[in-house]
Structure formats: C-alpha cells, structure tokens
Design a protein around this ligand. Structure first.
Ligand code: ZN
Length: 315
C-alpha cells in the first residue's frame, strides 16, 4: 500500500452492532498505510505481535505489521443520528502525505448507511486530532463549510481549552482553520464539561473522560436494555495494546496518564459483556476484552452487514 495513495476500501454495507435498542454502524474512510503502525506504536514490534497469535490475520498482516483504519461510528439512538469522529476528510492540505488531499467516497458510504449529511443530529469529537475532525467540514468554493449543517458538534471543554492554550505549529493551525473553526463560526460547536462518571448526551449515549492521549479526550459509552458498548477514541489505538497494555502511542501528549487510563479501562472491561468498538481497529473492529495470562485479548465480535432497515434509515 503506497504512502501517497492509501487504498480505498471496497464498497460494502456498513457493518452494524446492536446494543439494546441502539444500532452502531462502522462507516469506513480509509485503511491507514502500513507505515502507520511502526510510527504510531513503536513498541508493537514483530516479536510482540508474534507473541499474541490471535492478532493475525485480522489485526496484523503476515509480516506482523499492524493494520489500522480510519472510520466513523454512526449511532442510531432514540430517533437521533449521532456520528462519533469524522476521520481525515477530503481535500485537506496535510503534512502527513497519507492524509493529504484525500478523495474518498466517505459521504456516499455515510448516506448508504442511512446517515445523509443533512440528517445528522450530533457529531461527537472524541478529541481534536487531525484524523478525528476532517469531515467536520467540506469544501464549498474557496470556503470550508460544516458538512453536517443541522448537527450540534460536541467536544469537551477540557479539550478545547488545551488547544486554545497551546502554541500550535502551522500544520495543526491549518487543521483548526479548515476543520474546527468553521464549525464554531457557524455556531454549531458545543463545549461540554464532562464529569468523571460521564455525561449523557442522548438516551443511552454518554461521554466519559479518557485523559492522556490528549487532556480532554472522551470515549463514548452506549447503554441500552442491559447491554453496553464503548467507542474508544484513541485511548486504545490497536488491539495489540490488549496483549501489551504498556505500549504507548507516539502521539500521546501525556504517555504516563494515557497508559494509566488504558490499564484502568481494560481492567474494568475484562471478562464483561461490554462491546469494545475501536476507533482505529481494522475489521472486525469490535470485540470483548478477555483476560489472557497477565494481560488481555480481544474476542472479536464482527458486525452484521444487512441493509440499514433496523435503525439506520429510520432511527
Ligand atoms: Zn486517531
């Protein structure tokens, strides 16, 4: 897979998971290029991957290189259409060549999943990194305008305050200019105070703090009919971090706190029925956390790929 031209994924129905009365779909943007894993998670060496054979073939390739993906989770909840993170986006000038001026059919995929842009009610930004905010906006002539004009865009106030108080390098300033500020300027951005025990934003949908990767990062907890699921954001980038919870991400702002957050979460999820949905996990993307010796493994739970008659078209 070329760094300059990341592969488009083939058109396929968006896989879906049901969580009580909620339906979550994965809407694909791109597979991330093979260079991503060694850069992002340098501790995930081929030896580490080999020691956890369950990672292959889905989560690592035959050369023991990690697979990673960019996608959105589209949640139908109590009549609301909610997107969790918006990927890299099309046509954006980016320092990372794998993210520079993408041209994917993401919006078509979103529509096929039952989430045309004009229908979206809430857009949750787990954190304000380039690969989580890109489809916040689309190009309209010389301007970047909100892709989801009816939506409230939600992120934590702690996240906003961190970046507002930081001297940004030009590539990150560019990202804020083209993907975050237009949403705020259109009056669509809400900054939320997220307490430690979570903040419900819709029936059964709550934000929970996952600090470390960024200071104000949140995960999204889904609870309905006795079932629970958790959308990670970047508190866990890849299932290899279940096998080796000490593997930090190269881009964690506070690696020690990120590691503590990850270990606490894994201990809470271990051997429960909570479905873990990974924001960069490649297909099958979701699973249950199971204790495995001194660490954990992911027991994969693939989504179903029926047409979105069960909540996508008429949530
Ligand atoms: Zn990310």
């Amino acid at each position: 897979m070329s760094l300059l031209h990341p592969a488009r994924t083939e058109p396929a129905p968006a896989p879906a998971w049901t969580v009580g009365d909620l339906v979550v779909r994965r809407v694909d943007e791109v597979e991330l290029p093979a260079q991503t894993g060694p850069w992002l998670l340098p501790g995930a060496t081929p030896e580490v991957v080999a020691a956890a054979p369950w990672l292959q073939p889905d989560f690592a390739d035959a050369d023991r290189v990690l697979r990673l993906a960019s996608h959105t989770f589209a949640v139908a909840a109590g009549g609301l259409r909610i997107l969790v993170d918006t990927g890299i986006g099309n046509g954006k000038d980016r320092a990372n060549p794998a993210w520079h001026r993408l041209d994917t059919d993401y919006l078509d995929r979103l529509e096929r999943a039952g989430f045309p842009p004009g229908s979206v009610d809430l857009v949750v930004l787990t954190h304000l990194h380039t690969d989580h905010v890109g489809w916040n906006t689309r190009r309209d002539g010389d301007a970047w305008v909100p892709t989801f004009p009816r939506a409230r865009y939600l992120t934590s106030r702690a996240e906003w305050d961190h970046w507002a108080g930081t001297e940004l390098e030009e590539p990150r300033r560019q990202m804020f200019r083209d993907s975050v500020h237009p949403v705020a300027e259109h009056g669509l951005l809400d900054l939320l105070d997220v307490p430690a025990d979570g903040l419900e934003i819709a029936p059964g949908v709550a934000l929970v703090p996952m600090p470390g990767h960024t200071p104000g990062q949140v995960a999204v907890r889904l609870t309905s009919g006795g079932a629970t699921a958790l959308i990670t954001g970047d508190c866990i980038h890849h299932p290899v971090q279940l096998a080796e919870p000490g593997i930090d991400s190269h881009v964690d702002i506070d690696p020690a706190l990120a590691g503590a957050t990850r270990r606490k979460l894994l201990a809470e999820l271990a051997d429960t029925d909570t479905l873990l949905l990974g924001s960069h996990f490649p297909p099958p993307t979701a699973g249950l956390v199971r204790r495995d010796g001194a660490a954990y493994r992911l027991l994969a739970v693939p989504g179903t790929t029926g047409r979105p008659a069960d909540g996508g078209t008429a949530p």
